[in-house]
Design a binder for this molecule. Structure first.
Ligand code: ADP
Ligand code: MG
Length: 362
């Protein structure tokens, strides 16, 4: 405690601060006494304050350093836990790209990474199925190409050796050559559809006219097989489609139906707006085979007993043509027959319905 006057002489006006007395540095704090005539002055050497606060700064620095190390370690662990599944996906993609069978990735980690692994698994599954389908397609194609060629070679050799009458050999050779020609045409059509190189010119047309045209074209064959072709048409059945491509698809369905229907049966072409259905009174298709009915060669190998006609690609072409025109193809079957339907987009405006294009043969 110092008298106020002395304290004023000794210390600057500020209540706290730093002063130098006789070359020594001090920290001070002052407070006026209650009487106002004296003041309380606290003095400490600056060096003692520094010495006292040093452990505090050291502790602070150590804690900071430790904190940084810990944060770095946690960040590294986190980065690794995120990077590991991403690396797994990258490795699996590379394996897939070089043609190995895809591995199923575990669904673990944060939601986004689980989503990534799930999408990869889905994609890998689809790719595996597509590869299998391609392999079995190639096998079927090779088989279907080889069979008629073997027959042609066998019969021409027999002809050469004089074992067969020329009439009989020529008949078989001609039939098998025609089969080869059809198969190659179908393959070219499918390849074009795959590459979307098929030109589709959709117009607004009446499906009833397409049905009539198809019935006319198949009338002779129906008579030959003893099957009746019936048309079931209400009012007009407008749709948007390419008439030539549609007739190609419908002809395939009618030809199949005629072939599969026993003599005395009926093939009916039903037309409603946007849909043309070919019904028959044949054996139908087994329910478990319906989902694959439009797959290339799928039904062919099951039902093709006498190999009288066909390539096994017709239904696949029907579906791809329908899809190329913005529609689709469906099948339903019971023990009393099969129904194949082609669904097509409807004309956009009512006005278009009034300007229905008649089918004109190209
Ligand atoms: N309406 C049908 N009823 C029963 N089976 C059918 C019918 N349509 C097609 N199939 C079966 O599906 C097979 C494949 O038909 P498709 O793909 O058109 O080839 P293709 O006519 O060249 O044999 C046919 O060979 C036949 O066995
Ligand atoms: Mg067919």
């Amino acid at each position: 405690m110092l008298p106020m006057q002395q304290a004023r002489l000794l210390l600057p006006d500020r209540p706290i601060g730093r002063i130098t007395i006789n070359g020594h540095h001090y920290l001070y704090a002052t407070k006026a006494g209650t009487s106002g005539r004296d003041a309380v002055v606290l003095l400490r050497t600056a060096s003692s304050v520094r010495a006292e606060s040093r452990p505090f700064w050291l502790a602070l620095a150590a804690a900071g350093g430790l904190g940084c190390l810990l944060a770095a370690a946690v960040a590294a662990m986190l980065a690794r836990s995120i990077a590991r599944p991403v690396l797994r996906v990258a490795r699996a993609s590379s394996r897939l790209a070089v043609g190995h069978d895809p591995e199923v990735l575990p669904l673990a980690g944060p939601r986004e990474l689980r989503g990534l692994a799930d999408s990869f698994n889905t994609m890998a599954g689809q790719l595996a199925r597509a590869r299998d389908a391609e392999r079995s397609f190639l096998l079927s194609v090779s088989h279907e190409l080889k069979t008629p060629l073997t027959a042609i070679r066998g019969y021409s050799e027999a002809l050469d050796e004089g074992v067969l009458t020329p009439e009989r050999a020529v008949k078989v050779i001609r039939t098998e050559a025609a089969r080869l020609e059809r198969l190659i045409t179908d393959l070219i059509n499918l390849a074009r559809l795959d590459q979307q190189r098929f030109e589709i010119h959709p117009v607004t047309l009446d499906l009833a006219e397409i049905a009539r045209e198809s019935a006319t074209r198949h009338a002779a064959r129906a008579r030959e097989l003893g099957v009746r072709i019936k048309l079931q048409q209400g009012q007009r059945a407008p749709a948007r489609a390419d008439p030539d491509r549609l007739l190609q698809a419908v002809s395939n369905l009618v030809e199949n139906a005629l072939r599969c229907t026993p003599p005395g049966g009926t093939v009916t072409l039903v037309t409603t707006p946007g849909q043309l259905t070919v019904k028959d009174t044949g054996p139908g298709i087994a329910p478990d085979e319906i989902p694959h009915a439009f797959d290339r060669f799928f039904l062919y190998r099951r039902y093709n007993g006498d190999r009288a006609v066909g390539t096994g690609l017709g239904l696949a072409i029907v579906r791809e043509l329908a899809q190329a025109m913005g529609g689709d193809a469906h099948v339903a079957a019971s023990s009393t027959g099969a129904q194949f339907a082609i669904c097509l987009p409807l004309p956009e405006s009512e006005n278009e319905n009034d300007a229905l294009h008649a089918f004109t043969e190209s």
